[in-house]
Design a protein around this ligand. Sequence first.
Ligand SMILES: Cc1cc2nc3c(=O)[nH]c(=O)nc-3n(C[C@H](O)[C@H](O)[C@H](O)COP(=O)(O)OP(=O)(O)OC[C@H]3O[C@@H](n4cnc5c(N)ncnc54)[C@H](O)[C@@H]3O)c2cc1C
Length: 499
Amino acid sequence: MLLARTGADVTVVERLDRVGGRSSTIEAEGGYRFDMGPTFFLYPRVLSDIFAACGKDLSREVDLIRLDPQYHLIFEAGGELHASPNQTKMAEQVAKLSPADAANLPRFMSDNRRKLEAFRPVLEKAFNSVFDLVDPALLKSLPLMRPHQSVDADLSRYFADPRVRLAFSFQSKYLGMSPFRCPSLFTILSFMEYEFGVHHPRGGTGAVMAAMAKAATEMGVRIRLNEPVEEILFEGRKATGVRTNAGEYKADALVINSDFAQTMTNLVPNHLRKRWTDEKIGRKKFSCSTFMLYLGIEGTLPDLAHHTIYLTKDYARNIKDIEDGLELPAEPSFYVQNACVTDPGLAPPGHSTLYVLVPVAHRMDVIDWTREQARYRALVLKRLERIGLTDIEKRIRYEKVLTPQGWEDDMQIYRGATFNLAHSLDQMLHLRPRNKFEDLEGVYLVGGGTHPGSGLPVIFESARITSRLMADQLGLSQNWEPGTLMAAGQSALVEERVS
Ligand SMILES: Cc1cc2nc3c(=O)[nH]c(=O)nc-3n(C[C@H](O)[C@H](O)[C@H](O)COP(=O)(O)OP(=O)(O)OC[C@H]3O[C@@H](n4cnc5c(N)ncnc54)[C@H](O)[C@@H]3O)c2cc1C
């Protein structure tokens, strides 16, 4: 969309039969529709700015429903929490677990408001070299960042009860990381949920992707589905186009959105890369993966929240199992989306869709998923009883299972690491593959593998950074307002509809 806005002649080539990639819709037989990946639509401001820059209005194209409660947390250790963006209601919920911690909620919010404000310019700019680190914005933000502290350690300055800390730190899993390792900067993730809301796009997150494809097409972008790129064409180090199963496309510049590590190791000859050779990529840290069940269910589930997160008693052990990858978690935490409670159109009348996500290690040779799949499915269905889903198996009318092996084979994601390269400090900013890709000429990156990182609002920001760099380089008019991430404290842009 942004490149078309600069006047560039844009062609998108996509290997699947649908747009959206990890964020696409699974249109299943029987009339069930599931989000494949993202179900928490957070911080719509970035995408809204992109639509506005293209003369369009996101809120007209997609019905974004703000959830309250935004999710239901159930702790195996005892207790529960109906997370609400309403501060009074939220304080009441936290007080049920720990009255002292409830009193610290306003301080957590105001500190993180300042933190986001300080770090915002860093998220919005490109990191093309180490010298970009000597940036006044970044230097100013450092004292608030506590760069060598983890999310969990930082939260202990506010919350003594480990369950409350979990309520504000499980979001590290959005980056595929452990809250005990994830840099403390990322306490802004939970803050942003409370400040700007957790939204459900009517029709699912795939509806947002469809709206983007529609907008792009209206702006003259050609979208070619079912056309896997089989080769990137080079003259020396300069990319000159791609060859798909349908033919060749020549281009002045190439934007790679497919999974970074998978694309480099499969489509770019190793000898062309200096910094990101196959060997070096192989030694990088990758995020966790997910074991997925997409279930079409007969009957409705009115008592189950839109989002339920079940947090296992020994969370640290669960995380260690995921990080080590030697065995599958025996008593895993899990997440269930019952989207039909808000959006009944996702299933035929009288039916529901259940999306079950269990964080597991990315694909490693020690776990043979062809052998483990059936056993783990049974274990997960049994585990669903913990949130009151005791009779689900006999009501299943459609079922799809996706394992780390499936993410790798079917979705072309390196090692099935669904959240891309890990977001450790040594793999962020200029140390992440750069938006203007440093190893090749005429190649730009967007998506979770480049700066700023994984997650929808952030990958939309990567698109904005990359489009600016590309427009500058190609001498195209950058005729859209730079746009800024929404200043913390301002009201959310979308008309709020509380479900
Ligand atoms: C299970 C799960 C849950 C998640 N939950 C959330 C959430 O709640 N909120 C949130 O904000 N984020 C969430 N995320 C993260 C979010 O999905 C990702 O950050 C984001 O979708 C990554 O986008 P991307 O453009 O980098 O990759 P992708 O969406 O994978 O896009 C890459 C595209 O390239 C295509 N492609 C690959 N190879 C080729 C080829 N050879 N030729 C042509 N095309 C090719 C793919 O088909 C795909 O369309 C979740 C992810 C997963 C997997």
